[in-house]
Design a protein around this ligand. Structure first.
Ligand SMILES: O=C(O)c1cc(=O)[nH]c(=O)n1[C@@H]1O[C@H](COP(=O)(O)O)[C@@H](O)[C@H]1O
Length: 239
């Protein structure tokens, strides 16, 4: 993730829709996120198709189960050839260690293990709700920082967080620890269900590893133009 990618969230219901969306992008090498909706419908062939087109793939299934189940699931996922996968940090240290063990075990010889990042607090969560519904008495920032430390201690490569917490995470866990941030919106975009939102410029200033953008690009009238505008805003003059 040295190149600070903008990852497009392919939140579509079928591979046909994805192929239609990608058609006009023929000049671009993209980093694409496959989430639950698409993977549950179309399965592993989604990853194979996108990899054959030359794109990088973030397979975002947010695993959260007992360690043994997560270990086996990650062994299966790492054999698909994706570049990045997710777990929920709330699954705990033993579960995250099991995820890493499964990923190592399932990566074919001579290939690179997918990077693994832990979701801290979803970007659709705000502090009052976290405290009331998850009975976490500390601030949201403290909860995110705690989960980031736990993920690092379990050997993960980074976390999913909002742009608001990313700076402090890197301060504590080092710049090599990945910060992947959804909830990115331009000034005039609707926030929809996102709560901890930042602009691409703020994300860049925070030194974030990668941003994830879905609806503002995939629902745009002209997706390629939208992507190029987003890339300009994200990369700025310095990257
Ligand atoms: O793991 C994720 O990617 C994720 C974590 C999180 O805290 N918030 C979040 O929005 N996401 C994903 O990032 C994407 C954001 O999409 P938009 O809100 O449409 O830009 C969706 O595919 C979400 O599943």
């Amino acid at each position: 993730m040295q190149d600070n990618p903008l990852i497009i969230a392919l939140d579509f219901g079928s591979l046909n829709e994805v192929e239609r969306f990608l058609e006009p992008f023929n000049k671009h090498n993209l980093f694409l996120k496959v989430g639950m909706e698409l993977f549950y419908k179309e399965g592993p062939r989604t990853v194979h198709t996108l990899k054959e087109m030359g794109h990088r793939v973030f397979l975002d299934l947010k695993l959260h189960d007992i360690p043994n189940t997560v270990l086996s699931a990650m062994r299966s996922l790492s054999s698909l050839g994706c570049d990045l996968v997710t777990v929920h940090a709330a699954g705990g240290r033993a579960m995250m260690e099991a995820a890493m063990e499964g990923l190592e075990a399932g990566t074919p010889a001579g290939e690179t293990r997918p990077a693994c990042v832990a979701v801290t607090q979803l970007t659709s969560t705000e502090e009052a709700r976290m405290q009331a519904e998850q009975l976490i008495p500390v601030s949201l920032e403290e909860s995110v920082l705690h989960y980031a430390a736990l993920a690092k201690s379990a050997g993960l490569d980074g976390v999913v967080c909002s742009a608001w917490e990313a700076g402090k995470i890197m301060e504590r866990q080092g710049n090599g620890f990945l910060t992947v941030t959804p909830g990115i919106r331009m000034g005039t975009d609707s926030h929809q269900d996102q709560k901890r939102v930042a602009t691409p410029e703020k994300a860049r200033e925070a030194g974030i590893s990668a941003i994830v953008v879905g609806r503002p690009i995939i629902r745009a009238d002209k997706p390629v133009e939208a992507y190029e505008t987003w890339m300009e805003a994200w990369k700025g003059a310095t990257r």
